[in-house]
Design a protein around this ligand. Structure first.
Ligand code: GTP
Length: 360
C-alpha cells in the first residue's frame, strides 16, 4: 500500500475572486479539479489511499470526492479547525495514516500540476535511504520560489525561500511541491500550532543531519497559484502539454464540453476550454482562456488569457485581456478590461469602461 497526502486547505488568496466560493484545488482546470488530476496521477503511480488535508471549505471536497471509490482510491479527510500551515497540516493528518514508521508517504501541494515521475521519486527515496525526498524542477527565473541547491550526491545543502539578492540565487532548482516523507519524520513535526514545512521543518531536518535529497525532474510543472498560471495550466491540459490521466489523449486547440453551444463562426484557440452549458456567440474570439460552466460570451466579444467564472456574462463587443471574472458577474457590452482586472462574483459592469492596474 502506498499512501499520499494532498494539502488542500489554503485560502488561495492570489486567485480571488475565484476562490471566494471554491477552494483553489477544486477550481476546474480544463473542467477537472486540480485535486482530481493529482489523484489520477498518484493512482497511476501506485497510490491506493489518499488523505486530504483540508481547512478552507472542506465540504466542497467531501461533496465531490466522497469516499474516493469513484476515483479508484480510498479517500479520508483530516480537517483543521484553524489552518496549520503546510507542515502543521502534514502533522495533522498523521493519525489518519496507516503506513509504518519507515514507510514512504507522498505529500503533494494541492495546486501543482506536474508530469514528474512520481513512482521514480519514491524509488529514489528508497535507494538513497532518505528521510525526505523533494521533487525539484529547474526554472529560468527562480526568484519567486524556494531555492533548493543539492550536492553531487543529490543531498540538499540549503533552503532559500524566495531569495531577494542576486547572491542568494545559487541554483535554478526550486521546490516543486511534492515530497516523499519517511512516516516517522511526519510524526516528529510539532503538533497543535502552525508550522511551515519550507521554513521550519526542512531547514530543521538539515540542521539535525537528516538525509534530505532532491529528485530533479524536468517534466511538465506548473504552480497554479496565480490567475495567469491557472489559465496557462488549463490551456496546457487542453493542448496535451500537461499530462493527466483524468483528461487523456488531448490533441486539439480547444475543448468544448457537451452541452456547450459555440456559434460556427466563433474562434476558439490556444487551449481554450468551454464548460458545460456555456455559450459563445457569433464572431466572438476566445483565445487561451477558460470559460467555466454556464458562462456566456456574447457575439463579437474578445476574450484572451482570461478566466470567466460560472454563469458570468461577457456582453457583445466587450474586450478582456488577462482578466478574472467571478461567478455570475456581468460585463456589459463594449467594456474593455485589461491585464490584472478582477471582477467579483455577481458584480455587474454596465456602460463604464473599466481599467485596473496589473496586480499579477
Ligand atoms: P495563496 O493564499 O494564494 O498563497 O494560496 P494558498 O493559501 O493555497 O497557499 P500556498 O499556495 O502557499 O499553499 C500551497 C499548498 O498548501 C496549497 O495546496 C494549499 O492548499 C496548501 N496549504 C497552505 N496552507 C495550508 C494550511 O494551513 N492547511 C492545509 N491543510 N493546507 C494548506
Amino acid at each position: 500500500m502506498l499512501e499520499a497526502v494532498l494539502l488542500v486547505g489554503g485560502q488561495g488568496t492570489r486567485l480571488r475572486p475565484l476562490t471566494v466560493t471554491t477552494p483553489k484545488p477544486m477550481l476546474p482546470v480544463a473542467g477537472v479539479p486540480c485535486t482530481e488530476h493529482q489523484i489520477a496521477r498518484a493512482r497511476e503511480a501506485g497510490v491506493t489511499r489518499v488523505v486530504l488535508g483540508t481547512s478552507y471549505r472542506p465540504e466542497v471536497f467531501l461533496d465531490y470526492f466522497g469516499d474516493g471509490s469513484r476515483f479508484g482510491v480510498e479517500l479520508v479527510y483530516a480537517t483543521e479547525d484553524v489552518p496549520l500551515g503546510t507542515g502543521g497540516a502534514i502533522r495533522h493528518v498523521a493519525p489518519h495514516l496507516l503506513s509504518g514508521p519507515d514507510d514512504p508517504v507522498l505529500v503533494f501541494n494541492g495546486d501543482i500540476l506536474s508530469g514528474h515521475d512520481i513512482a521514480g521519486q519514491v524509488q529514489a527515496w528508497r535507494d538513497s535511504s532518505s528521510d525526505v525526498s523533494l521533487y525539484l524542477t529547474r526554472v529560468e527565473d527562480p526568484r519567486a520560489y524556494g531555492l533548493v541547491p543539492t550536492d553531487a550526491d543529490g543531498r540538499v545543502t540549503q533552503f532559500l525561500e524566495k531569495p531577494s539578492t542576486p547572491e542568494e540565487i545559487v541554483t535554478d532548482q526550486i521546490n516543486a511541491g511534492c515530497y516523499v516523507f519517511r512516516r516517522s519524520v511526519i510524526d516528529s513535526i510539532p503538533t497543535g500550532r502552525p508550522v511551515s514545512v519550507e521554513r521550519e521543518t526542512f531547514p530543521g531536518l538539515l540542521a539535525r543531519g537528516a538525509v534530505v535529497t532532491g529528485f530533479v525532474d524536468d517534466g511538465y510543472w506548473l504552480d497554479l497559484g496565480t490567475p495567469l498560471a491557472f489559465v496557462q495550466g488549463s490551456c496546457d491540459l487542453v493542448l496535451g502539454r500537461a499530462p493527466s490521466p483524468a483528461l487523456p489523449g488531448r490533441t486539439g486547440q480547444f475543448l468544448v464540453r457537451p452541452g456547450a453551444e459555440v456559434e460556427p463562426d466563433a474562434i476558439l484557440s490556444n487551449g481554450t476550454f468551454v464548460g458545460a452549458g456555456a455559450t459563445v456567440g457569433s464572431g466572438a474570439v476566445v483565445d487561451g482562456s477558460s470559460l467555466f460552466d454556464n458562462a456566456m460570451v456574447a457575439a463579437g466579444a474578445y476574450v484572451k488569457d482570461s478566466v470567466i467564472g460560472s454563469g458570468a456574462i461577457i456582453g457583445s463587443g466587450a474586450r478582456l485581456d488577462g482578466v478574472v471574472v467571478g461567478d455570475r458577474a456581468v460585463i456589459g457590452p463594449g467594456n474593455e478590461l485589461v491585464r490584472g482586472a478582477r471582477v467579483w462574483p455577481g458584480v455587474a459592469l454596465s456602460e463604464t469602461s473599466v481599467r485596473f492596474s496589473s496586480d499579477r
